[in-house]
Structure formats: C-alpha cells, structure tokens
Design a protein around this ligand. Structure first.
Ligand code: GLN
Length: 462
C-alpha cells in the first residue's frame, strides 16, 4: 500500500523533494480520509471485497507529469467510467448523426440503471446511464463480441498508456447478476433502438465494465481527454479532437448520474464515476484527475471522490465557468513613442527601435502568445487604430515570431483585416522566424530587417 506522497516512478515530479502539487493533493486526501460515510457496492461479491479505507488520488498534466498520493496504484474495475471512452469509439465508428439518432445527450436526472427511454423511439437519454451505454457499446464496429471488445480494450489501454487487463471473476459475476441490464437491452430491442443481439450487447458491456485500472490510469485517461485526444504520456493521438470535445460535453451534463447538475454547479468539471468507487474529472487543456475510494453515496458516486474533487476544483480554481482573464499581453505597443515603429532611413536595412520619429513610414506590430478569437480581436483593433489615423504608416510589419499557436478563426480574421488595410494602399508583410505561414494574405519574411527592406522597396516604387 502506498502512503501519501510516496510510491511514484522515478520520472514523476512527486519523486522530487519539493512538490507543491503532490503536497496539495496529499493535504486534500488527509482532510477527507476520516470521512467514512457511504457503502461499498456489493451487488457482486468481488466489489464487496474492496478495502473501504483505500483512497487514491492522481493528477496527470497535459505535459505528461504524474502526481499521485495514497492508493493511486491499487487496481479496481473501471465500471461506468468506461462509458465516455466507448462513446468516443462509437462516434468514430458510426458517426455523430447515427449515434445521436440512437442515443440522446440529455441528462436523465435519474439513477444510472433507470429505464430512461424516449417514448416512441426507445432512445436512451444519454450514453452515461446503463441503457445508453449498452446501446453505445453495440454501435462499436466488430465482426462479433470478441472483436468489438478487443477494440474497446485497445482504446481504453491507449488512453491509459498501458495494456489493461480484464478481471474475469468480476466479468462472470456481472454476467450472472446482470438481469436488470439485460432487461434494459430487451426493452430497447423491443422499441427498435437496439438492433444488435441482446446477449452480445450486454456481454461486451459487462466485459468493458470489468477492465482493471488504477487512479493513475484514470488520471492519464482523463488527461488524454483534456489534451484533445492525445495521450500526454505516450504522445499518441488516441481520439480525434472533436470526439474528445463531444465526450467531455456529455460528461459535463450527464457524467454523475442524477447528481450531474449539482456536480457541475459545485465542481464545474466534466467527470464520470463508477460503481467500484472510481471518479475521473477533466480540466480541459490542463489536466486529468483520477480518484479511487470505494464507499458510495446513494446515487452511486464515491463519497470521498466527490468531496475531494470539490476541494481540488476550489483550491486550484478549476471551475469551467471561472473567468481566467488574459494571461499575457498580446502585443508589444505599436505607438512610435514607445519605440516599436521603424523609421525610414537611407541605409535601407537598419531597424531603428526606440527612437523612431512620429512620422515613421513602417510600423511593426508584434503579436505574441496564443492567437484565438479574443486575442485576434485585440490584434484587429490595434491594426485598425494604427492604420486608420492620419499618420498611418506606408507599410506595416506584423511580427508573429512569438505567437505560440494560431487558431484558424484568428488567422481568418487577421487575413480579412490585412486585405482591407492593403486595399487602402498600406503594404502589410509578416515576419516569422519559424516560417510557419500562419497567415495566407501577406508575404512572410524570417527577420524584421528583411521585411523592412521589402517594405521600403515597395514604398520607394510608389
Ligand atoms: N457494472 C455496473 C452495472 O452495469 C456498472 C454501473 C456503474 O458503474 N454505475 O450495473
């Protein structure tokens, strides 16, 4: 058994002497360690044997770092946490329209094993409750149950970054006691939403529920979703970016069964829980969290998993609706008096920075950071202000060398603005020392001096 803050692999940050993130997780674990509320699931004997004291927390960042405390390496069956990942596979196999036609994306507000089917069509409310999950599983491609399951296991394994095994005893018990799930499948088959064979569909579903994982595996799987479908530890693109987004959306609205609304209100993260005590939560673009504590509340969610997630979200300010503000200025200033305007001179190449006169002929606007809608909007404003007034330069150099990433929306907005500026007779060129051709509308140079030489040439010709 691993104690708080111990047991990491050598490459983990929690092997290092100073680990504020691991320490914070350790404190949260200690805080809820004595919460003994709830009951361990015992509808099958194997789940009833789980150690009720076990409490593991793991966090995996999108850069691939792993933080773990407590029983983060204890194996347990994944159960319902398999559902979002199998949903991703069904989306990839059957396409979004086909899947949406068979399984909804509306929160049911009911228990995980409720008979929540749309009147008339028999369409289950969402893929996170059992009915929807059984139907989702039946949509995964495969020549039979074995191939279908192997494809599911392969996907779960690639999200976890290691080959995951099945707990055969759990599978057999699920199979023997799974009549309610069978009944759900028969109802769906009767209504026409489930077209696959009932036994084959539930067999694959029971197998996927019986895959063994640890809290670290769950955190890695969650981090894969946080990272747009790329496993941050292996670098493999396991899911498409839009599938990752779609899965996270359904987790946000339906992942915690009939607690989903209050969970989103309090914790504010896409999440999924399972009956063996696992919870995954995802902070999009940031990291994934995996928790394990087997005692469940009345809705089938891990008591300490929910409490610790709430604390993690609050302490690390992770709520999705939280307004983060801009982290870095988008620009170096363009006004001549702060020195980023290039003055005309007769040498043809020298770039004067810091002492440019007001009537400079070439202005440099340097953009930095991640260019998305909001930062592009700032860039558009700066471009417009700089070229609208009476001392508009003859040419404008847009330096994109410090742009870390450019969203296609930002590129389209900037391209449109550049075309407008050029239609007013101002030459616009871009500089990017990495030669990425982020914008389509203007000539690109690798240095500001080359761009300047080009601007001057164009200016003299006029
Ligand atoms: N195997 C369980 C079932 O189908 C999974 C449900 C859950 O994790 N909530 O009943």
């Amino acid at each position: 058994m691993t104690g708080a803050g111990q047991g990491p692999s050598a490459a983990s940050p929690d092997a290092l002497p100073f680990d504020p993130i691991g320490d914070a997780l350790g404190r949260i674990r200690t805080e809820f360690l004595d919460d003994h509320r709830g009951e361990v699931a015992d509808y099958i004997p194997q789940l009833g044997e789980a150690d009720p004291a076990a409490f593991g927390l793991a966090l995996v960042g999108v850069a691939g770092s792993v933080y773990r405390v407590g029983e983060a390496d204890v194996p347990f069956t994944i159960q319902s946490i398999s559902k979002p990942f199998v949903y991703a596979l069904a989306l990839a196999d059957a396409g979004i329209d086909d899947v949406l036609g068979r399984v909804g994306v509306e929160p049911s507000g009911e228990a995980f094993n409720a008979i929540s089917l749309e009147p008339g069509t028999g369409r289950p409310s969402n893929p996170m409750i059992n009915a929807g999950a059984i139907l989702t599983t039946s949509l995964v491609r495969g020549t039979g149950p074995d191939e279908r399951f192997e494809r599911i296991r392969d996907l779960l394994s690639r999200c976890a970054g290691r080959v995951l095994e099945v707990d055969d005893a759990v599978f057999r018990s699920e199979h023997e006691t799974g009549d309610r799930n069978r009944a759900l499948a028969y109802l769906m088959r009767h209504a026409g939403s489930l077209t696959a064979d009932v036994e084959a569909a539930v067999d694959t579903y029971f197998r996927q529920c019986s895959v063994l994982v640890t809290a670290v595996d769950l955190a890695t799987m969650a981090a894969t979703l946080a990272n747009g479908g790329v496993n941050p530890r292996t670098g493999e693109e396991v899911l498409g970016q839009s599938a990752a987004e779609q899965v996270l959306t359904v987790m946000a609205t339906c992942g915690m069964y009939d607690y989903s609304g209050e969970w989103l209100f309090r914790v504010g993260l896409p999440a999924k829980s399972g009956v063996s005590g696992g919870v995954v939560a995802v902070s999009p673009s940031q990291f994934g969290i995996g928790l394990y504590s087997p005692r469940l509340d009345g809705r089938g969610n891990s008591v300490r998993g929910v409490a610790a997630s709430e604390a993690i979200s609050e302490r690390f300010t992770l709520h999705l609706m939280h307004q983060v503000g801009r982290t870095a200025p988008t620009f170096e200033r363009v006004a001549p008096d702060v020195g980023l305007v290039v003055a005309a001179d007769d040498q043809g190449t020298s770039v004067s920075v810091g002492d440019a006169p007001r009537n400079a002929d070439v202005a440099v606007l340097a953009v930095q950071g991640y260019l998305e809608f909001a930062s592009a909007e700032q860039a558009l404003l700066a471009l417009r202000t700089r070229t609208d007034d009476t001392d508009s330069p003859e040419a404008l150099i847009l330096d994109l060398g410090h742009v870390t990433r450019c969203h296609p929306v930002a590129a389209a907005l900037l391209d449109a603005m550049i075309e407008q500026i050029e239609s007013r007779g101002v030459t616009v060129v871009t500089v990017d020392r990495r030669e990425r051709r982020l914008l389509a509308s203007s000539a690109e140079f690798t240095t500001r001096s080359e761009a300047l030489a080009r601007c001057r040439g164009g200016w003299r010709e006029r």
